[in-house]
Design a protein around this ligand. Structure first.
Ligand SMILES: C[S@@+](CC[C@H](N)C(=O)[O-])C[C@H]1O[C@@H](n2cnc3c(N)ncnc32)[C@H](O)[C@@H]1O
Length: 204
């Protein structure tokens, strides 16, 4: 499967551009200065590198070797440092209660894998840590701006929210948006996105 992504990233250009995702940019004000941020499925590094440029302590994971190399090149070009793991998230040894934020942008899985990965993201957060997540909605099947063509890999915001049982939601939404993210995501699209805060105290 990483071959699929290696081929997409094979060109000299950045397939999703080198600017951060708009939703991430709009939500980053919630993070404290210097926060430890885990960016999962970071591809060619546009989001991780931008977060590092904002002063965050960034760790990224992606299983595309080409994507990881391009992330490192982008970090060098922007003169920032970050930790990049080239690993499969399905088998990665996920840290627990380690990050002040987890960022997931257009990372899609089949349902059982998605629920497992989302549980790992939640567990990776410290209490009081933020999840910032955006992915394509099933309505995206009617658009030509990118994303998987399999309904099972696309999620409503309600499906997304249902995967997390230890977050207080600050924002859950779905709707049409214009994507200007390189040749990979270009034009109108339909997304689900959410921001949640990991609860600190569980009332019994
Ligand atoms: C649609 S791209 C999005 C890339 C990046 N988040 C962005 O918005 O520019 C999805 C990314 O998820 C990565 N990915 C998919 N499945 C993965 C897995 N099991 N482990 C690690 N990375 C994975 C792919 O390599 C690809 O870079």
């Amino acid at each position: 499967m990483s071959d699929f992504w290696n081929q997409k990233y094979a060109g000299d250009d950045y397939f999703y551009g080198d600017a951060p995702n708009d939703f991430l940019r709009s939500q980053v004000f919630r993070l404290r200065p210097g926060a430890r941020v885990l960016v999962v499925g970071d591809g060619e590094g546009r989001n991780g590198v931008w977060l590092a440029s904002q002063g965050f302590d960034v760790t990224t994971v992606d299983f595309s070797e080409v994507g990881c190399e391009k992330s490192r090149a982008l970090a060098l070009q922007k003169n920032v440092s970050l930790t990049t793991h080239c690993a499969d998230l399905l088998t990665w040894d996920w840290p627990v209660a380690t990050f002040d934020a987890v960022v997931s942008v257009f990372l899609h899985f089949m349902p059982a894998d998605r629920r497992m990965i989302h549980a790992k993201m939640q567990a990776a957060l410290v209490p009081g840590g933020w999840l910032i997540i955006e992915l394509f909605h099933p309505n995206q099947l009617a658009y030509t701006s990118g994303g998987p063509k399999n309904r099972e890999m696309l999620n409503t915001s309600a499906e997304l929210a249902g995967d997390f049982d230890a977050l207080d939601w600050w924002l859950i939404a779905e709707g049409e948006t214009r994507l200007e993210e390189g040749p990979g995501h270009a034009g109108m699209g339909f997304v689900s996105h959410a921001v949640g805060l990991k609860i600190s105290i569980i009332d019994i």
